[in-house]
Design a protein around this ligand. Structure first.
Ligand SMILES: [Zn+2]
Length: 119
């Protein structure tokens, strides 16, 4: 099946329903987070890859991911003290910088990991 947002092919068990649409993981997280690619500040931040500076919140998220080699949402919220909404906003920025990514585990739980280039 295809993601109704970006048109990318995905497995049926990858699909996330939001407002009646079947979305892929990336589009779902984007839809759940307020950072948009047309946001000039987010684009500016994401384009400064060479001298990117992480906020203390983002560093706390990465520290938790590194410590466990991948952390669940509840582990990250406990470790950082952020609300889910704040966490998703920070995580969206990390995704735009290609520092972190979300992955699906075999038991269907989402786990947050370091971004790895697939090439
Ligand atoms: Zn998509």
């Amino acid at each position: 099946m295809k993601c109704e947002e970006c048109g990318r092919f995905m497995e049926a068990d990858e699909a996330r329903e939001l407002n009646g649409k079947q979305l892929c993981e990336d589009c779902y997280i984007d839809a759940m987070t307020p950072v948009k690619t047309c946001d000039p500040w987010a684009t500016y931040t994401a384009s400064r890859l060479e001298d990117q500076e992480l906020s203390s919140r983002q560093e706390a998220i990465l520290a938790c991911i590194d410590e466990k080699g991948g952390a669940t949402l509840s582990e990250l919220l406990a470790a950082t003290g952020l609300s889910e909404k704040d966490f998703l906003r920070e995580f969206a920025a990390l995704r735009h910088m290609e520092v972190a990514a979300a992955a699906q585990q075999a038991d269907n739980n989402k786990v947050f990991v370091r971004f790895e280039k697939k090439d």
